[in-house]
Design a protein around this ligand. Structure first.
Ligand SMILES: [Zn+2]
Length: 275
């Protein structure tokens, strides 16, 4: 009889721990340009609307909302015990405003002799980006830190750029004030997919793969300290601030994407670490 009582308590304990382990922890904000990181045990699969998400061995996954995202999104999580968890997100259209800049004419309409070069550079970037999403591990689980020692934003994410009085491209990143030679750090752990030198628009730049489709890009550098396929840690020195490529003065342009979705880099820095 004594033995039977023991096993009853044991089973009860297992049932409790099973309920607790189904909890999913979320980080980030559901908004246009925002990302959400989820973490939980016993996850079999997750999808956002119809898109399957990558869940790694630790139960970590990520998804993002594009600059122009709006409307309803449903996150479905299938657990190993066949239960399903459902989360609904209602995303409002975000207004980003405009920013007027005066830049050299050659960066608005590139001279004919540069077109072949630009086409080639676009192809190189596209090829490097194709690899992003193949790493299943959440390398970003180290959390995020700023790419510079001192942070002052001079160009917000998502603004409509007015170049020399003409509406032009959308600003797909954030510009930070910086002096030539300031240290530039990786915002989280990753793998260098591309260390581009002297590209027409980007100048010297580094593209990092943080796993599960998340990437960051650091433009207009004066110096690069990393090589393709090199692993980097959060906070590691990867280059120096400069004004190479289409840049009016020394600054750092930081761009973040989740696959091809344009993410507001500022939405990451509240996620200092995952517990
Ligand atoms: Zn920029």
């Amino acid at each position: 009889m004594k033995h039977q009582k023991f096993s009853y308590i044991f089973i009860f304990f297992l049932a409790i721990s099973n309920i607790l382990s189904q909890e999913i922890k979320f980080y980030g904000e559901a908004k246009a340009g925002g990302i959400i990181i989820g973490q939980g045990k016993n996850i079999k699969a997750a999808r956002l609307n119809e898109k399957p998400l990558i869940v790694d061995k630790s139960g970590t996954f990520i998804f993002g909302f594009d600059r122009n995202a709006k409307g309803s999104f449903t996150l479905n999580i299938k657990l190993t015990n066949k239960k399903t968890l459902k989360y609904e997100y209602e995303i409002e259209k975000r207004d980003y405003g405009e920013q007027s800049l005066v830049i050299q004419k050659k960066y608005i309409r590139p001279p004919k002799r540069e077109l072949k070069r630009i086409k080639n550079e676009t192809r190189i970037i596209k090829t490097a980006r194709k690899k992003i999403g193949k790493v299943k591990t959440a390398l970003y689980s180290a959390g995020f830190s700023y790419p510079l020692d001192s942070i002052k934003v001079t160009g917000n994410f998502g603004v409509q750029r007015i170049l020399n009085n003409e509406p032009h491209n959308i600003h797909n990143g954030v510009d930070f004030e910086g002096a030539e030679g300031d240290s530039v750090y990786a915002i989280t752990d990753g793998i260098v997919r591309l260390a581009g030198e002297n590209f027409y628009y980007n100048g010297n730049f580094v593209l990092l793969d943080h796993g599960q489709g998340l990437s960051s890009i650091y433009l207009h550098l004066s110096k690069i300290f990393v090589k393709k396929n090199q692993k980097v840690k959060k906070g590691e020195l990867i280059g120096l601030v400069g004004s190479t490529g289409r840049s009016t003065s020394p600054h750092l342009h930081l761009g973040v994407q989740w696959f091809n979705k344009r993410i507001d880099p500022m939405s990451l820095f509240d996620i200092k670490e995952l517990n």
